[in-house]
Design a binder for this molecule. Structure first.
Ligand SMILES: [Zn+2]
Length: 238
């Protein structure tokens, strides 16, 4: 068999192993990843609410100040109202007091709405702190449980990567690139056997001329249908 094909087949074996190991790692660490994401989401929401809480406290203090000023002004107007001498002045003062009263009502309802929102926010903040803490505890547990497995998988993966890098050095760059594209597009089968006149990757009958060429082992051939790299097993009887 063509030397180049043999190397590609070894590379494919490594790549399939790597693929399985990486899938195993993803599934083992899946729970931790999910918990970590949830903890991050809670932390982000918590931060947002805390900021909102600070801003709202400032607004609330301003409203309270405005309200106190409004009350002081109403008292002043009433005192002046007691001193007026004619109806016209008295009417004007009454009018001013009414307007202040309206403002006061508006301020009070704004303040009340803010207090209600603050109450809901405080409850959510408390809840988020608990949830966040809970996720952290669960995360530590999950990581402790899977630590050994994750470690083993990571070691196996890095070993395979070392082997892969060594293997890669002896393969033509253009062919390697083509192999990698086929491997990822064709579900981890880039190199496949040409047997009984058909491509074993896609089951398509190969042109007889091509099939003959493959058997000569003179160069690398590709399936015209699925683009996979084809090899011919000489030991196998046709
Ligand atoms: Zn094919």
């Amino acid at each position: 068999m063509l030397e180049e094909i043999t190397r590609l087949m070894s590379l494919q074996a490594i790549d399939r192993e790597l693929r399985e190991l990486e899938e195993a790692l993803a599934s083992v660490s899946g729970r931790s990843v999910q918990l970590r994401q949830e903890a991050l989401d809670y932390a982000a929401e918590l931060e947002g609410l805390q900021l909102e809480d600070q801003q709202s406290a400032v607004t609330r203090r301003n409203l309270e100040k405005e309200l106190a000023e409004n009350e002081a002004r109403q008292r002043n107007k009433r005192m002046r109202g007691n001193q007026v001498r004619n109806d016209r002045e008295s009417l004007a003062v009454d009018h001013e007091i009414d307007s202040l009263k309206e403002t006061k009502q508006r301020l009070e309802s704004e303040l009340l709405a803010m207090m209600e929102t603050a109450e809901q926010r405080t409850a959510r903040i408390k809840e988020l702190r608990e949830l966040s803490e809970q996720r952290h505890t669960e995360l530590i547990e999950a990581e402790k449980e899977t630590a050994a497995q994750v470690e083993d998988l990571k070691i196996s993966i890095s070993k395979q990567h070392v082997d892969r890098d060594l293997m890669k050095k002896n393969i033509d760059a253009a062919l390697l690139q083509r192999y990698e594209i086929i491997f990822s597009r064709r579900a981890g089968v880039a190199v496949t056997e040409a047997k009984g006149g058909t491509c074993q990757g896609c089951r398509m009958r190969l042109p007889p001329q091509l099939y003959n060429e493959i058997q000569k082992h003179l160069q690398v051939h590709f399936c015209p249908n699925c683009q996979r790299i084809l090899y011919f097993e000489t030991t196998a009887k046709e």
